[in-house]
Design a protein around this ligand. Structure first.
Ligand SMILES: NC(=O)c1ccc[n+]([C@@H]2O[C@H](COP(=O)([O-])OP(=O)(O)OC[C@H]3O[C@@H](n4cnc5c(N)ncnc54)[C@H](O)[C@@H]3O)[C@@H](O)[C@H]2O)c1
Ligand SMILES: [Zn+2]
Length: 356
């Protein structure tokens, strides 16, 4: 097992990563302050891992709230189901919520914890690669509104993140690849050596080799933890974590949510960010080709959907959250492994990239 610490003063917490951690109650119980816990999961993950999770809670009062599975249920109605469960089970302010699932369950459970009785503790047990390397760490929680994704939410840090790599054995191949996109992202933003390691170890990751997964997850969480510790509320460098996301969100929104997985759209978005960086004179053609190559090795798409025009991209990108004061900011690569946020680019160069 590997452990790292997200350093946020009194809100610091450990992130444990390894095999078989769901069999180690001593990693979880010290973070449960009161005598009761409520596990929140969904109809796909609960049949697989709820039993093992509840076995760690022996001796505590506990129950489980099982939500429907899917991004389309990440909304206020489903959130209300969690509140109802908590009230029906007389959960008090010392109750700890435990999120068992992917990013959807984690984000909703975190927001329920941020708001129930003005805030209770929660623990993250992420079960998708994306949730392990990204959404479970850093304290962003929330739900979607019909008018915008993640528009209702709060910053609320968990007490602990428990990552059992064994749970990835049941994850669909496509979901695993989508998670790898976010892993590659850390390399492109701030760690050229990690990119080289990923290139060399991609087969092991795809084969779900436990040691290879543990290292990739550890390194990713370390990067996320460093960035979040420096800028918890995204006033500056945390925005770097959005590499590929402005382009990717446009693909997700234009294709209809669920058609392209988030990580798939981000992979293609990172290639477009690389192309834009080439337009800026920062990357060479061989480096853009390398970005495509490493993502293709992860079995991710690297070209935007054929039916999307440059105008489609422009329309969806202009509503992106990173448009502040009417200015579109992009995360671009100065070199492979060093990204920056900038609003200072030639709009015609962007048009050329969007038109493919
Ligand atoms: N809070 C943040 O900082 C942050 C960062 C990135 C993404 N997100 C959010 O995360 C969400 C996406 O998360 P996701 O990619 O994990 O999607 P997800 O939670 O929908 O999980 C993907 C699918 O895998 C299933 N699943 C989960 N674990 C499994 C397992 N071990 N075995 C088999 N099936 C399993 C889920 O039930 C679901 O059907 C989005 O809502 C996004 O907004 C949040
Ligand atoms: Zn993402």
């Amino acid at each position: 097992m590997q452990t790292l610490q997200l350093d946020l003063g009194e809100r610091s917490y450990p992130i444990h990563i390894g095999q078989g951690l769901l069999q180690q109650p001593e990693l979880v119980t010290p973070h449960i302050r009161g005598k009761s816990a409520v596990v929140v999961s969904n109809t796909t993950v609960a049949p697989l891992y709820l039993h093992t999770t509840e076995a760690m809670l022996t001796g505590l009062k506990h129950s489980a709230a099982i939500l429907p599975d899917g991004e389309e249920y990440k909304n206020l109605d489903t959130l209300n189901q969690i509140y109802t469960h908590l009230l029906e089970n007389k959960a008090d302010r010392k109750t700890t919520l435990i999120a068992l699932g992917g990013g959807v369950v984690g984000d909703m459970t975190g927001y329920a914890a941020a708001s129930y009785q003005r805030g209770v503790n929660f623990i993250q047990i992420p079960t998708t690669l994306l949730a392990m390397v990204d959404s479970s760490v850093g304290g962003k929680t929330g739900v979607n509104h019909p008018l915008g994704k993640n528009m209702i939410g709060a910053f609320h840090q968990p007490q602990c993140v428990l990552i059992d790599t064994d749970t990835l054995n049941t994850l669909a191949d496509r979901e695993l690849s989508a998670g790898i996109a976010e892993v590659v992202k850390y390399g492109l933003i701030r760690d050229p050596a990690f990119l080289t390691w990923l290139d060399e170890n991609m087969d092991g990751l795809l084969a779900r080799d436990p040691q290879t997964l543990t290292y990739a997850i550890y390194r990713s969480c370390e990067h996320k933890a460093e960035v979040v510790a420096a800028d918890e509320r995204e006033s500056g460098q945390r925005a770097l974590l959005n590499l590929g996301h402005t382009f990717g969100h446009a693909i997700e929104a234009s294709m209809g949510y669920g058609q392209w997985l988030h990580g798939e759209a981000v992979a293609t978005g990172m290639v477009m960010a690389a192309q834009m960086s080439q337009q800026m004179g920062w990357l060479g053609a061989d480096e853009v080709a390398y970005v495509r190559h490493i993502l293709q090795r992860a079995r991710l798409p690297v070209d935007p959907p054929a039916q999307m025009s440059g105008e489609d991209f422009a329309r969806y990108m202009s509503v992106d959250k990173k448009v502040l004061d009417g200015t579109l900011r992009l995360v671009l690569m100065k070199s492979l492994g060093e990204s920056i946020v900038t609003a200072d680019f030639d709009p015609d160069a962007l048009k050329r990239v969007l038109q493919g």
